[in-house]
Design a protein around this ligand. Structure first.
Ligand SMILES: NC(=O)c1ccc[n+]([C@@H]2O[C@H](COP(=O)([O-])OP(=O)(O)OC[C@H]3O[C@@H](n4cnc5c(N)ncnc54)[C@H](OP(=O)(O)O)[C@@H]3O)[C@@H](O)[C@H]2O)c1
Length: 213
C-alpha cells in the first residue's frame, strides 16, 4: 500500500491517520498551513505537512476536507495526485440539517465526479464517507463487520481500497463506477439522520445475504 497521505485535519483525518499509523503504515497528515497539528503530531507520532507536500510524498491519498472546499483543493493538487489512488471520504454538505436531513450542493453529478473532473489523472475511489469518524477504524458492533460501499472507475485502485478497508475491519461492497458515488454520498444523509433526530450516532450499514451454499 505504501506511503499514505491524509489530506484533512478534522475528525476524519485525525482518526484515519492515527488508526492507520497504529497498524504500521507510513502515514502523514496534512492541513493548509502544515503546522496546525503540531500537538496531534507530537502525541501520535504521525508527521504533518501542507496539502501539497503530503500529496507529493504519498503513494495513496485519503482526501477528507470540508466538502465545499474539496474541488478547489483537488484542482490545485492535480499534478501531485496524478496516477495515485485517491480515496474520497467527502460529502457535499451545504449547510446545517433541516429536520435531521443534511442539504447538499450537488445536483446531477456526485461530488466524486466533480473531483475526478478537476484531477482527471487521479484514480478516485469513494469510501469512508457513509459512517462517522469514530467508527472508521475497527468498528465493534454486535452485528459483526459492517459494509463499506465503494465505487470508482479503476479496478486496481478499488482492489487497493478493498484491502485497506479489510485491514481496518470493513467488508467492502463494490457498487460500480464513479456515477454510483451519488448513491454512496446520499448514505451520509441517511446515516446522520438518526444522529440529528435522536442523538443516535453509533450504527453502520451492513448488506445481508443468504448463507453461502
Ligand atoms: N466527521 C465525520 O464523522 C465524517 C464522516 C464521514 C465523512 N465525512 C466527510 O469528510 C470530510 C472531512 O470531515 P471532517 O469532519 O474530518 O472535517 P471538516 O471540518 O469537514 O474539514 C476539515 C478540513 O477541511 C479543510 N478546509 C476547511 N475549509 C477550507 C477551505 N475553505 N479551503 C481549504 N480547506 C478547507 C481544513 O483545512 P485546515 O486543515 O487547514 O484547517 C481541514 O483540513 C467532509 O467532507 C465530511 O463531510 C465526515
Amino acid at each position: 500500500m505504501g506511503k499514505i497521505g491524509i489530506l484533512g485535519s478534522g475528525g476524519v483525518g485525525q482518526t484515519l491517520s492515527k488508526g492507520l499509523f497504529a497498524k504500521g503504515h507510513e502515514v502523514r497528515i496534512a492541513s493548509r498551513s502544515g503546522d496546525k497539528l503540531a500537538a496531534f503530531s507530537a502525541e501520535t507520532g504521525v508527521a504533518e505537512g501542507t496539502f501539497a507536500d503530503v500529496a507529493a510524498w504519498a503513494e495513496l491519498i485519503i482526501l477528507a476536507v470540508q466538502g465545499a472546499a474539496a474541488e478547489g483543493i483537488v484542482r490545485e493538487l492535480a499534478p501531485q495526485l496524478a496516477g495515485k489512488v485517491v480515496i474520497d471520504a467527502n460529502n457535499p454538505i451545504s449547510g446545517p440539517p433541516v429536520d435531521g436531513f443534511l442539504p447538499y450542493f450537488t445536483t446531477d453529478r456526485s461530488l466524486m465526479e466533480l473531483l475526478a473532473a478537476a484531477a482527471p489523472e487521479a484514480r478516485f475511489v469513494k469510501a469512508f464517507s457513509s459512517v462517522g469518524a469514530h467508527l472508521m477504524i475497527d468498528p465493534q458492533l454486535p452485528g459483526g463487520r459492517p459494509s463499506m460501499f465503494i465505487c470508482g472507475d479503476d479496478p486496481a485502485a478499488k482492489a487497493e481500497v478493498v484491502a485497506l478497508l479489510d485491514s481496518v475491519g470493513w467488508d467492502a461492497e463494490d457498487v460500480g463506477k464513479a456515477p454510483a458515488a451519488k448513491a454512496i454520498e446520499a448514505l451520509c444523509q441517511l446515516w446522520c439522520a438518526p444522529g440529528f433526530l435522536r442523538n443516535d450516532w453509533v450504527h453502520a450499514y451492513k448488506v445481508l445475504r443468504p448463507a453461502a451454499g
